[in-house]
Ligand binder design. Structure first.
Ligand SMILES: Cc1cc2nc3c(=O)[nH]c(=O)nc-3n(C[C@H](O)[C@H](O)[C@H](O)COP(=O)(O)O)c2cc1C
Length: 176
C-alpha cells in the first residue's frame, strides 16, 4: 500500500458499528490533524471530541445532512478568540480544512471510517452547533467529523478528469 493508495481509499463513510475508539486512536487522529500547515504557523484551531450520546444526538439534530450514528465526532473549530491576528481572520478556513483532511486520512490509515459534515458558513447550522457544545462567539465551528469503525464498504477511487486541468494558461487543454 503506497501513501497515494491511502488517499484514494479515503471515502465518506456514513454507517458505523457501535465499537468505540480508544483514546490512543483519538490522540493519533489529532496529532495528524495538528501536523497540518497553517498561515504563519498560527494554528488557529480547537477540536471538540464528542462521545457522549447526548452530545452526539444534539449534533445530529443540528446537522440537516448529518443524521449519522457514529460513536465519536470531532468538531473542528476556527479560533478567532485566542489567535487575534488579521492573517487568521482571513485564513482560518484553509488552516482548519487542512487539519480536517489530515484527520480524515489518518482515520483511513487506522482502518476507521469518517465523514466531514459541513457547518461554516451556514449561519443556522453554526448557531445550532455552537449552542449544542457551548462554543463561544469568535470560535467558529467549521465542520463535524463523524468517526468510527465502518459498517459499509466503499471502493477506493480518484475523480481525476482532464476537464479540470489546463496547460500553462487557463482554458488550454492538458492530457497527461
Ligand atoms: C465542505 C464539505 C461539506 C460536507 N458536508 C457533508 C454533509 O453535511 N453531510 C454528508 O453526509 N457529507 C458531507 N460531505 C461529504 C461529501 O458529500 C463527500 O466528500 C463527497 O460526496 C465525495 O465523496 P467521498 O468523500 O466519498 O469521496 C461534505 C464534504 C465537504 C468537503
Amino acid at each position: 500500500m503506497t501513501e497515494i493508495d491511502w488517499i484514494l481509499r479515503r471515502r465518506s463513510i456514513r454507517k458505523f458499528t457501535e465499537q468505540k475508539l480508544t483514546s490512543d486512536q483519538i490522540r493519533l487522529l489529532l496529532e495528524a490533524a495538528m501536523a497540518a500547515p497553517t498561515a504563519l504557523n498560527l494554528k488557529p484551531w480547537k477540536f471538540i471530541i464528542v462521545e457522549d450520546e447526548n452530545g452526539l444526538s444534539e449534533l445530529r439534530k443540528a446537522l440537516p445532512f448529518g443524521k449519522i450514528d457514529a460513536p465519536c465526532a470531532i468538531v473542528v473549530c476556527g479560533d478567532l478568540q485566542s489567535v487575534k491576528k488579521p492573517v487568521t481572520e482571513r485564513f482560518w478556513v484553509q488552516d482548519c480544512s487542512a487539519a480536517s483532511q489530515n484527520l480524515l486520512l489518518a482515520a483511513t490509515s487506522l482502518g476507521l471510517g469518517s465523514v466531514w459534515c459541513g457547518v461554516h458558513p451556514i449561519n443556522q447550522i453554526e448557531k445550532s452547533v455552537r449552542k449544542a457544545l457551548d462554543i463561544p462567539q469568535d470560535v467558529i465551528p467549521l465542520n463535524v467529523i463523524f468517526i468510527g469503525y465502518p459498517a459499509e464498504e466503499k471502493l477506493p477511487r480518484t475523480q481525476y478528469s482532464d476537464k479540470y486541468v489546463y496547460s500553462e494558461k487557463y482554458g488550454v487543454p492538458c492530457e497527461l
